[in-house]
Ligand binder design. Structure first.
Ligand code: URA
Length: 238
């Protein structure tokens, strides 16, 4: 139904600036990308664009590209250790055509899902600075601008959660991050929180596969209840 596809949470005009492959706003990140590119000429070393349709009913928000993964491949979580559990779970719930993401040309297609990052450029030590998160926030707002009514946003970690709320002009203090939390927003859109699926979190079992699946179970329940007039609502693990 056309109405169900109308952007639901960022109605204001003008629309936020969309992803810019040539963005050089953050001098520290630009210098780091130049340094990593010089050592690894095969890596993409550019801002990593969102992956998936702009009006997808589920938008997954990560932190920032990993050096040898998304930064190298040019696609979020592709080639990253963090992508192992993410794509396997997206595939199990019908959002990805394959359980493994290794390269931009690996044939993987997302179904009604979009993946993006709070920060588009590789940060040193995987830690973007607050000013860099703010500088990139307009791009995240653009990535979220077509989430349909009844859709879902999945924030991976506190940084992604706070950046998502900032992009939606909401105060992080009003909706604090908690693993497994479900935050209703406008027009039936719900923000779901999970610990980030990083190598550190999965190795230390801060985040386990059953914990991650429980978050996707909640998203599946929301989708079944939340979107009218759609035919692709009943996603269950394969
Ligand atoms: N790769 C990404 O694209 N984002 C993350 O948050 C981690 C790895």
């Amino acid at each position: 139904m056309a109405t169900a596809r109308r952007a639901a949470i960022l109605p204001e005009r003008p629309a936020p600036a969309a992803y810019d492959a040539d963005c050089r706003r953050c001098s520290r990140l630009v210098a780091f990308l130049d340094e990593v590119r010089a050592k690894n000429p095969g890596y993409r070393c550019r801002p990593v664009p969102p992956f998936g349709a702009p009006d997808a009913a589920l938008v997954v928000v990560g932190l920032a590209p990993g050096q040898r993964g998304a930064n190298a491949s040019g696609r979020p979580f592709t080639g990253d250790h963090a992508g192992i559990i993410l794509y396997a779970t997206l595939h199990a719930y019908g959002f990805a055509s394959q359980p493994v993401a290794i390269a931009r040309d690996d044939g993987l297609v997302l179904d009604d899902c979009r993946i993006t990052n709070a920060v588009k450029c590789l940060p040193p030590g995987n830690k973007p600075e607050p000013a860099e998160i703010r500088a990139c926030n307009g791009y995240l707002a653009a990535d979220l601008s077509a989430v349909p009514a009844g859709g879902a946003i999945l924030a991976l970690g506190r940084v992604a959660h706070d950046a998502t709320l900032r992009a939606l002009r909401l105060k992080p203090s009003a909706l604090p991050f908690a693993h497994g939390a479900r935050h209703p927003l406008a027009n039936g859109v719900v923000l779901f929180d999970s610990y980030h699926c990083s190598r550190y979190n999965t190795n230390t079992r801060r985040l386990t596969a059953p914990m991650f699946r429980a978050v996707f179970d909640a998203i599946a329940v929301h989708r079944r209840r939340g979107i009218r007039g759609r035919t692709t609502l009943s996603r269950q693990p394969a």
